[in-house]
Design a protein around this ligand. Structure first.
Ligand code: FES
Ligand SMILES: [Fe+2]
Length: 413
């Protein structure tokens, strides 16, 4: 069920969600090894996880591997001969060797193939995962190739985003899991935004701490002061967001504000003025046709960005200027995670557009580093164990919701 939180004249976003409370919260869930082990079993082995886009597998035989350390899983995605995308555990049925890898068995890889051959004893599998060839098969005992195909992983696609579910039997199908707020994005032209800039960063903080930094804008005036000219601040209330909403385990925050080009040039890098692009992307929006209402679920006037957090570890930021950002936080230990960031634009039609996209990508990296660098400090300080409760403002309501949902999932039998 979608819960909208119309902010009344009195009261607050948080008070309209009584189950969240308004008291201080604990971040022990970011430093406890026991809790991390529970997140593995109760969250990452149960939730639908987005690991790729359909464009990453352009034709039959395209494959890629995804290492999901926290779930102790390596997943192989393949587009089969009929064009369907299939997911398997990346493990050979003979003696358990990792099937697809290049140079470093722990590193991800991708490419195109006609079949998959194990490096160890040469067993082969077709694009549908069937075992097709066994070296000296007459030496085996009652070996039935039919039953020794690759072990499938549940997979499904929503608007071109490929999800997998590592549970034996998923508790919900993908659309049910995503719920009405996210499926309200159906029809957004993600398939037209195929010019991608991908980054990976290894960060010294718990995966949830980085997600927290992107679900509130309360930190922006202090950490990214050059981003906040007086014109975007509400003079009475400081920097506030226009809309918060939760739907099941997922969340969104939307911002409003004047367009970039109306702002004081003192708050931009010279290259932003020169290229008419920067942190919020190219100033000129491409014509993407009809955009579903769901991108701005609060109906915010002069809508700027909606930042959807897809539980557990994906963030999808849709910009009014016709592009999107995708973040994925992959835990690698209780105090570290791997951050995948991706910017997606329409394919540039001119050199100017290409430059706009590249400038947006570079400026994005700079701001993400400001967050990533500081959060190593948050993790280190939380690990001292001096403090166990922390006050949150109304602008941090989604942080409160996220940690509650994580705790709720961990508590589920
Ligand atoms: S482990 Fe793969 S063929 Fe032997
Ligand atoms: Fe930030």
């Amino acid at each position: 069920m979608t819960t909208t939180w119309p902010k009344p004249a009195a009261g607050s976003w948080t008070e309209h969600h009584p189950e969240l409370g308004t008291g201080p919260i604990s971040f022990d869930d970011c430093t406890s090894a026991e809790f991390y082990a529970q997140e593995r079993d109760r969250i990452f082995k149960r939730a639908w996880l987005n690991i790729a886009r359909v464009e990453d597998l352009p034709r039959p035989g395209s494959y890629l591997t995804k290492e999901i350390e926290i779930a102790k899983a390596s997943v192989l995605l393949i587009r089969d001969r009929d064009g369907e995308i299939r997911a398997f555990h990346n493990v050979c049925r003979h003696r358990g060797n990792k099937l697809v890898w290049n140079e470093d068995p722990r590193a991800e890889t991708q490419g195109t193939c006609r079949q998959v051959t194990c490096k160890y004893h040469g067993w082969r599998y077709d694009l549908e995962g069937q075992l097709t060839f066994v070296q000296q098969d007459s030496e085996f005992f009652d070996l039935d190739k039919e039953t020794r195909g690759l072990v499938p992983v549940h997979t499904d696609i929503w608007n071109g985003f490929i999800f997998v579910n590592l549970d034996d039997e998923p508790r919900q199908d993908l659309r049910e899991f995503l719920g009405p707020m996210l499926t309200g994005l159906d029809g957004y032209p993600f398939d037209r935004l195929t010019e991608r800039y991908d980054f990976v960063a290894h960060n010294n903080s718990n995966w949830k701490l980085f997600a927290d930094a992107f679900q509130e804008y309360y930190h922006v005036p202090a950490l990214h002061p050059q981003q906040v000219p007086p014109a975007v601040r509400n003079p009475d209330a400081g920097f506030t967001c226009a809309h918060f909403q939760c739907d099941g385990p997922h969340r969104v925050v939307s911002t409003a504000g004047p367009r970039r080009w109306t702002l004081d040039p003192a708050y931009m890098y010279p290259i932003e003025r020169a290229t008419r692009s920067g942190l919020v992307g190219p100033w000129e929006a491409p014509d993407l046709g009809n955009i579903p209402q769901g991108v701005n679920p609060g109906g915010v006037e002069s809508w700027g960005i909606s930042n959807f957090q897809i539980f557990p570890n994906v963030e999808l930021l849709i910009y009014s200027t016709g592009w999107y950002l995708l973040y994925r936080y992959w835990p690698t230990s209780v105090g570290t995670h791997r951050f995948d960031g991706s910017l997606a634009f329409h394919p540039a039609r001119t050199v100017r557009e290409r430059v706009e996209h590249e400038v947006a990508a570079v400026v994005f990296k700079e701001f993400a580093l400001q967050d990533a660098g500081m959060l190593g400090g948050t993790q280190a300080a939380l690990e001292t164990g001096v403090l166990h409760e922390f006050p949150l403002s109304d602008q941090e309501v989604l942080v409160r919701h996220f940690h509650k949902v994580v705790a709720d999932w961990v508590a589920l039998p």
